[in-house]
Ligand binder design. Structure first.
Ligand SMILES: Cc1ncc(COP(=O)(O)O)c(C=O)c1O
Length: 476
């Protein structure tokens, strides 16, 4: 029996089930979150039996999928307000299906010319949004020119690591061969994502050499105090190889003042890396582009399409202003040789940690091609506007306060000031299965945290959430 024999009927089973799933989620006919112990779910899904017997097709597939979907966290549900993960666009989701079926490991052009071409196209689209020069076609490639470059990675954490690797290589070219001279430091915002410290440690710089930048009372980097820190570090014999700015921070979604920071970095010859994993979404919006003003002065940027751009997991970009830096990130010579090959197309492999790489660009491309640039811009504006409207509403409730007026689609708020109370409220809220929200530590206190990702959420949903929180609080 051919293994494609049931493909069409099974695909129909899957697409019908997923269509119902999205519909039920959107119309709140199923819980947004439903947490059961792993053993319970494994038993329900008959994992043991299926592994032993095989034959996952037809009704077996239908039953399996039905139980599987019943135990997912529903990102298409308007009550989903927890984390910075896109409500995936259905056309973008088809890209993952196409990519898995063709299974082209496209880091080498000959292993997936269509996927590689799309990654090349999407990288150029992203470079244009930043304001950087695009990568010329293979035929026009001039390695001496100052165009940008980029590569898509499996997530922002890996993208941050790659960007810092490029910084390390640019600032200390012989690190790759000789190792750490011992005096290198990286400056990071107080509110930086944990992947930043991890990257510094993974790069062999030592976590203690990840030094926190001075911040204002809201947690934004304070440029005026950076020179004093740099001078003090220089007196201690330290060399700053990179300074990281947020666009935006994970906890409260605040953007650092990029232009001012960039000028300081230029004065002191320090690599500026901007973590725009989440807030890079502002790059597609005329209304909110001002938030990332100055981003084009950076040396490297990361930008996750699977956050504000409705792209299914995962599709993150690491972009550099000058392509040489990404070419040098992994070795000094190899990538030039690579570009000079006779075969057509680009090979992304020299620029990435990964060897086998999924066709991530297809996810962003198909999402964008379904929505159009205007549709994507409207989505970004909508989710940011929603956070602002929700903040205005919550701020008028006597028993609630907001942490800060949101700049993007992230909103922190609380009822009362007790840290444990916020955690208890979230715990109970999740148990009720109507809303899924997160909490965060911000300025030393615990806050409830909403991330607006869903294109169908309304202010009525926000009001219902506040009512449910009040009910929980009264019941305690
Ligand atoms: C600012 C920031 N940087 C990096 C990351 C990590 O991205 P990923 O989850 O794609 O690895 C996140 C994730 O939320 C983030 O908010």
């Amino acid at each position: 029996m051919k293994d494609t024999e049931n493909f069409l009927t099974d695909t129909e089973i899957v697409s019908n089930a997923l269509n119902d799933y999205m519909e039920q989620s959107r119309s709140k006919m199923a819980p947004v979150i439903h947490q059961k112990p792993c053993e319970h779910i494994a038993e329900l899904l008959k994992l043991d039996e299926l592994v032993t017997d095989g034959g996952l097709t037809g009704d077996r597939l239908k039953n399996f999928l039905s139980n599987y979907l019943a135990n997912t966290t529903r990102l298409h549900h308007p009550g989903y307000l927890a984390h910075q993960v896109a409500t995936s666009h259905p056309t973008g989701a088809l890209a993952a299906f196409i990519d898995a079926t063709t299974n082209n490991p496209m880091a080498i052009n000959e292993m997936g010319p269509a996927a590689t071409s799309i990654e090349y196209f999407m990288i150029n689209w992203m470079l244009t949004k930043v304001g950087w020069k695009t990568v010329p076609s293979h035929e026009q490639l001039d390695l001496a020119s100052d165009h940008g470059a980029g590569v898509l990675t499996h997530g922002g954490s890996l993208a941050n690591l790659t960007a810092l690797l490029a910084a390390r290589s640019a600032m200390v070219p012989d690190f790759w061969v000789n190792g750490n001279p011992g005096n290198l430091v990286v400056l990071v915002p107080e509110q930086s994502h944990y992947s930043m410290k991890r990257s510094v440690a993974i790069l062999g710089l030592g976590e203690k050499n990840c030094i926190t930048l001075p911040a204002d009372k809201d947690g934004r980097v304070l440029p005026a105090q950076i020179p004093a820190l740099i001078n003090q570090l220089a007196q201690e014999g330290k060399m700053v190889i990179a300074l990281v700015a947020n666009a935006c921070g994970t906890a409260a979604g605040l953007y650092d003042p990029l232009t001012e920071i960039a000028h300081i970095c230029r004065n002191y010859n320090i690599w500026l890396h901007v973590d725009a994993a989440h807030g890079g979404g502002a790059l597609v919006s005329d209304k909110y582009r001002y938030l990332v003003e100055g981003i084009e002065l950076a040396d490297s940027i990361i930008w996750d399409a699977h956050k504000m751009l409705r792209t299914p997991n995962v599709c993150a970009a690491v972009l550099v202003r000058q392509h040489q830096h990404l070419d040098h990130a992994f070795a000094q010579e190899a990538s030039y040789l690579f570009h000079k090959k006779d075969q057509p197309g680009f090979d992304f492999m020299p620029r990435t940690v990964e060897c086998t790489k999924a066709g991530l660009g297809l996810r962003l491309f198909m999402t964008l091609a379904a929505m159009g640039e205007k549709g994507l811009e409207d989505h970004v504006n909508f989710i940011v506007d929603m956070a602002k409207k929700a903040a205005d509403y919550i701020d008028t409730q006597e028993d609630f306060e907001i942490a800060i007026t949101p700049e993007t689609n992230i909103l922190c708020f609380r009822t009362d000031t007790d840290n444990d109370l916020q955690l208890e409220i979230r715990r109970r809220l999740l148990g009720k299965e109507n809303f899924f929200i997160s909490t965060t530590l911000y300025r030393g206190s615990r806050w409830l945290r909403l991330v607006f990702m869903n294109p169908v959420i309304t202010m009525d949903d926000v009001k219902d959430l506040i009512t449910e929180i009040r009910e929980i609080k009264t019941s305690l």
